[in-house]
Design a binder for this molecule. Structure first.
Ligand code: B12
Length: 220
């Protein structure tokens, strides 16, 4: 059963059908499917497919927007369960999160925020198109342990570098760690700009953040 459910989830995103996506998310929860698995094996596969179609000119921006809306509708249904499943037992640290200047993609960043928050991190989400100055100001204000910058466009990845430079300029690093992510980000880019870490998905982001706080289960 789950495989057909995951297939239908994928299709609902490609079709840009928020009501169907939300219904399928509800169905998954009712069937005891792990909400993160529903995202990773169903909905996220759909949005990646839609992005590829868009990239090769098979899909246009309004369709991609509809796909993004469907993705958000599904995550809205799944989010409370993700938060409920999180441990939330100890305060792990404070993380300032946002999408880089000029970039409005936030689906992945929001997932990272949900997972980290569910696992006990205190999240200060600055939203999208965040300037380096805004990251620095918030990090100072809340005495952050980690600053996380998401970027989905090759043009806005430079914004991640600018945030790291601003953290350095303001004397916040190395105490404050800088982590980055987003579809186009690679470990090579992370090393090049001197980030303290990067991850390909929200689960790895959690492991990364825990490791940086000295509370991880993995080495690294
Ligand atoms: C959905 C989407 C949109 C939606 C965004 C809706 C929203 N509210 O987010 C809309 C339709 C608005 C959109 C707009 C645009 N988009 Co767009 N979009 C996408 C798409 C299809 C999916 C992104 C997504 O949500 N993925 C699902 C999530 C779950 O994955 P994720 O974002 O990668 O996040 C995970 C990890 O990366 C990681 N992570 C993410 N952030 C962080 C942060 C930290 C700190 C850490 C540790 C980890 C981490 O964890 C996340 C969860 O697992 C991608 C294609 C793709 N394959 O990425 C294109 C894509 C990114 N878009 C693209 C483009 C070109 C655009 C536009 C410029 C189009 C236009 N002509 O206007 C605009 C940009 C506007 C702007 N200024 O930002 C291109 C970028 C090309 C490039 N290399 O630069 C892509 C790759 C599509 C393509 N193939 O051409 N887009």
């Amino acid at each position: 059963m789950p495989d057909t459910l995951f297939g239908a989830m994928l299709q609902s995103i490609v079709d840009g059908a928020p009501d169907t996506a939300a219904e399928l998310a509800q169905q998954a929860l009712a069937n005891g499917v792990d909400p993160l698995e529903a995202v990773n094996r169903g909905f996220a596969v759909g949005i990646t497919f839609a992005g590829d179609q868009f990239g090769c000119g098979e899909m246009f921006l309004p369709d991609l927007l509809a796909s993004a809306e469907a993705m958000k509708a599904a995550i809205k249904v799944l989010e409370p369960e993700m938060l409920k499943r999180g441990s939330r037992r100890e305060a792990l640290g404070k993380i300032v999160l946002g999408t880089a200047r000029g970039d409005i993609h936030d689906i992945g960043k929001n997932l990272v925020a949900t997972i980290l928050s569910a696992s006990g991190f205190q999240i200060f989400d600055l939203g999208t198109s965040v300037t380096p100055e805004q990251f620095v100001a918030k990090a100072k204000e809340v005495d952050a342990d980690i600053v996380g910058v998401s970027a989905l466009l090759t043009t806005t990845m430079a914004g991640q570098k600018a945030v790291i430079e601003a953290l350095d300029r303001n004397g916040l690093r190395p105490r404050v760690k800088a982590i980055i992510g987003g579809a186009a980000v690679t470990s090579k880019w992370a090393a090049e700009i001197g980030a303290d870490g990067y991850s390909r998905n929200a689960i790895d982001a959690l492991e990364l953040a825990k490791n940086l706080m000295g509370k991880g289960t993995a080495l690294a």
